[in-house]
Design a protein around this ligand. Structure first.
Ligand code: AHN
Ligand code: ZN
Length: 342
């Protein structure tokens, strides 16, 4: 009996060792192995540029939210705009404002302020980074219809993109080792698009009003190699699929940035598959200003509430639902892109 028990134990130990050595793993086909090798080579880590500080970016989200909702024609909006401009100035950027009145979907005149902050303003090689800084005046996608006319905090929808840009500006100023120019453009009046409760048909030209104005009234002689729009870049569980208009207008920039994500170690946030076609601030930049511009925008293929995520245009778009990991993945990817530019 003892011998049998010892034999069983020995067989179990041998099996365990064999398992741990991978001897029982399913065999891969040659094609699968070749594909894996190719993916590993393409995803070789090669981080460049300073480390993006997600806590700092998170604090920039919090600071914007502390003004209250930044809805057009409100004091909170105007105060936050002033704060954003001052912040970029404190990071050594040259700030220019573009002020105008724009007509909303219902005829309301909106006091618009686009803020352009330039790093290395003399450089003739320039990359445009952009995000909107206004917030939606109505939570018209909230699960509770009682909230549909209330303004949102816009921690993700608005503040996150500006926060990532501010953190990049802070790092460029601290390191002073990026030799190309960068223009941080904060667009106003993005989120005044036709509300769902209005009874009016949504028309895409009611969105991105500030960007439309910028694209048709560029600063004299303005040129940029390409642009990157940051939208909804702080949500929990966000993934950044290749957006349709970006692929149509700027396929090479999509490839460049998705490659940069892998080199920086954040490939898992940037699937190599397609999201939707989004009407956003990058469309007028492409169509009117002819600056090839991509949109890094969250896409949630399985979310019932919205493919922009569970908090989109709801009162839950607040600081509690911001994830530093998402800010980090996007911020480090943009830094990688900038520092890879020749
Ligand atoms: C539309 O819903 C048409 N476009 C999405 C653009 C957007 C709104 N991004 C943030 N808020
Ligand atoms: Zn929005």
């Amino acid at each position: 009996m003892k011998k049998i028990i010892i034999a069983v134990i020995m067989i179990a130990v041998i099996a365990l060792i064999a398992y741990s050595m991978g001897l029982f793993s399913t065999s891969h086909s040659a094609a699968e192995e070749a594909e894996e090798a190719e993916m590993a080579a393409a995803e070789k880590l090669n981080p460049v540029g300073p480390a993006f500080n997600a806590d700092s970016a998170y604090a920039f989200v919090a600071a914007q939210c502390a003004f209250g909702p930044r809805a057009m024609n409100t004091k909170s909006h105007d105060n936050c705009g002033e704060w954003i401009a001052k912040k970029f100035e404190s990071f050594g950027c040259k700030v220019k404002n573009q002020r105008t009145e724009l007509r909303g979907y219902d005829g309301t005149m909106l006091r618009c302020r686009n803020i352009m902050a330039s790093y290395n303003p003399e450089s003739t090689t320039r990359i445009l980074l952009c995000a909107h800084w206004d917030t939606r005046p109505w939570a018209d996608n909230d699960p509770d219809s009682a909230n549909w006319r209330k303004p949102i905090d816009g921690a993700n929808d608005g503040a996150s993109g500006v926060a990532v840009m501010l953190e990049i500006a802070r790092l460029l100023n601290q390191n002073k080792n990026l030799n190309i120019g960068v223009d941080f453009v904060c667009f106003d009046a993005e989120d005044w698009g036709t509300p769902k409760w209005s009874g009016q048909e949504d028309s895409e030209d009611t969105w991105a009003l500030g960007a439309q104005h910028f694209a048709t009234n560029l600063p004299a002689g303005y040129e940029a190699r390409y642009g990157i729009l940051l939208d909804l870049v702080g949500g929990i569980g966000a993934k950044f699929y290749r957006e349709g208009m970006s692929k149509a207008f700027a396929p090479d920039i999509v490839k460049k940035v998705w490659r940069a994500a892998r080199a920086a170690g954040y490939g898992s946030f940037f699937p190599k598959s397609d999201g939707g076609m989004i009407t956003d601030d990058h469309v007028p930049l492409n169509e009117k200003a002819k600056i090839p511009t991509i949109d890094i925008i969250a896409f949630y293929p399985d979310c019932v509430q919205s493919s922009f995520g569970p908090t989109w245009h709801t009162l839950n778009d607040n600081l509690q639902n911001i994830d530093r990991n998402t800010l980090k993945a996007v911020g480090q990817t943009v830094i990688q892109t900038l520092y890879s530019e020749k």
